[in-house]
Design a protein around this ligand. Sequence first.
Ligand SMILES: [Zn+2]
Length: 419
Amino acid sequence: MISRFLAGLLLFGFAQNGAHNQIARDIYKELIEIKTTDSDGSTTRAAEAIAARLKAAGFPEADIQVVGPHPRKGNLVARYRGTGRRGPLLLLAHLDVVEALREDWSLDPFTLAERDGHFYGRGTTDDKAMAAAWISAFIRMRQEDYKPDRDLIIALTADEEGGDYNGVQWLLKNYRDLVDADFALNEGGESLIKDGKYLLNGIQPSEKVYQSFRLEVRNAGGHSSRPVKDNAIYHLAEGLTRLAKYQFPIHLNEVTEGYFQRMSLLRTTCVATRLEGGHADNALPQTARAIVNCRLLPGESPAEVRSTLIRVLEDSRISVTPIGDATASNPSPMRADVLAAIEQLTNQMWPGVPVVPVMSTGATDGLYLRNAGIPTYGISGFFEDVDDTRAHGRDERLGVKQFYEGIEFLYRLVKALSS
Ligand SMILES: [Zn+2]
C-alpha cells in the first residue's frame, strides 16, 4: 500500500513537473523564434507574446505592461501581487540577443532545435532560458494559488547586448515605481560543469567595469623614402609591447576572496583590441592609434587605470584618452537570506556542489540596478560546460537536462525568497 501510495505521489509529481516543463519549453521556443537582435529584431514582439501568455494564465491586465522608447524596443514588466509583508523582489532577464548569421551556424539560429541532448538557438543561454524560467514560474505559482509575502516583479528588457535603448536604464528613469524593489536577481551567476562533473553554482554580487582607452601618437610624418627614427607607429608599437608584458596588481574584495580559482578575476585587465595607423603606403605615418579595452575591478577608478597605462607605456608621445564614461558598479552587500536560500536549494538539487561568489568579467544590466540602489545578485542554475561556453558565439546551446533543472531551481528559489 505504502509503496503504491508513494509511487502514486511520485507519478503525480512527475506529471506536475512534466506539465510545467512543457510550459517552460513552449515559452523558451517562442522566445528563441522571435528574433530580438538590434539590427532587425524586435523585443516588443517578444514582450507582447509573453504578455498574452500571462493574461491567458489569469494575470490582470493592469499588472502587465509593455513599455518602451521605440517601436522595436519594448520591455515587459509583470507584477505578481503578494501580501506586501516585505518589499518587492525583481526578477530580471533581457530579451535581446547578439546577432547570429545563418551561414555561420550549423543550424538556423532562430529555430529552437533539440539535438544530442542540447537545445540549440541564439539566446538558449543568453538570456532566454532565464526569461522562460521567470515567466513559467509565475504561471506555475498562479496555478498553485501561491501567495508570496512580497510582490514579485519580472522585467524582460531590451538592449542589454548593446543598442541605443537599454531597457533597464530606461525603466529606472521612466517607470521607477514599476520596477522598484528590495533586491533583484539577474543573469551573471555561473553554474559550471567541468569534465562532465558539476563544479560550482556561482552567485554574482559584483562585476567588472568596462572602460576603453584610445592610445594615440601624432607625428609630422614625411616621405617614406627618407625614413626617420621618430615614427608614430613604432612609438605606439613599443608602448603596446610594454603594456603586453604588464600585469595589474591583484586586489581582493569580499567577492573575489571566495573565488581564487579564476586568477584573471582578481585583477584589472587591459588588452589591445584595435590598431590603425598611417595614411599612405609611401608616407611616414602622421598618426598611430590603438584601442585598449580594460575590465576594471569594482572600486578601481578609470582615472587610476589611465595613470597606470601612462606609466606602463613609458612614452609621453602616446596620449591616453578614455572612450566614454565607465559606469561604476559597486558590489552588492552579500545578503544572508539570498545566500542561504541558494545554498539550501543547491544542496537539495545537486548535493555536494558548492555555492561560490563569482564576479563576471563581462558587464550586465545588474550595474544599473546596483547604481540605482537595488542590490542585485547574478544567479543561473543552468549548468554549462566551463570549457565550451558559446554565448555570443556560433551554435549557442544549453543541455536539455540542465535547462529543466534550471527552470526548477529558479522556481524554487523565487518561492524560497518570498515565503
Ligand atoms: Zn546576457
